[in-house]
Write a protein that binds this ligand. Sequence first.
Ligand SMILES: [Zn+2]
Length: 168
Amino acid sequence: MAEKECDNCGDKTERKYLGKIRGKNLCKKCRTKVRNKRREETIDKAGIKDELKSLDRKIRNDWQRKNYRKKNPFKEKKIINEIPIPKGTTRGKVKQKNKSESYLGFKESQVMLKIIMGRGMDFEDAKEELKRIKEELKITREKMKEQNKPEKEIKLKEQQMLEEMYKY
Ligand SMILES: [Zn+2]
């Protein structure tokens, strides 16, 4: 009977059991492997979509940061101190009295806008960016509320998120 080598593993197989995938003649075992791998890749892609989104933003922020540093080598330090802290909180300490749902109030938003624009975005783009940031904060807040995390922890997390985005 006519036997031929599998292009992948080299095992001899009857010709009729070989199948073509992407131009390669593969034995049954190798074809299954290729199919499974492809399936995993597809699942992975769907699973990391969210992570990709935030990674996207990190890259963009990185780029803006570098650009900003180039243009304003001396301002960076000052900006860091301007990162807004949550309403009713001081660093590491939360006053329970303030139950505001909004991490970024009007004043804080203005400061963030200034920071974003300082990194080379125009006003419209900066507004969009701020919207995205607020949305991300909101989603995190809702998730943590669902997990019954205390307000103190939520605010700290929000602050960490903002600092991560803009403080380095
Ligand atoms: Zn094979």
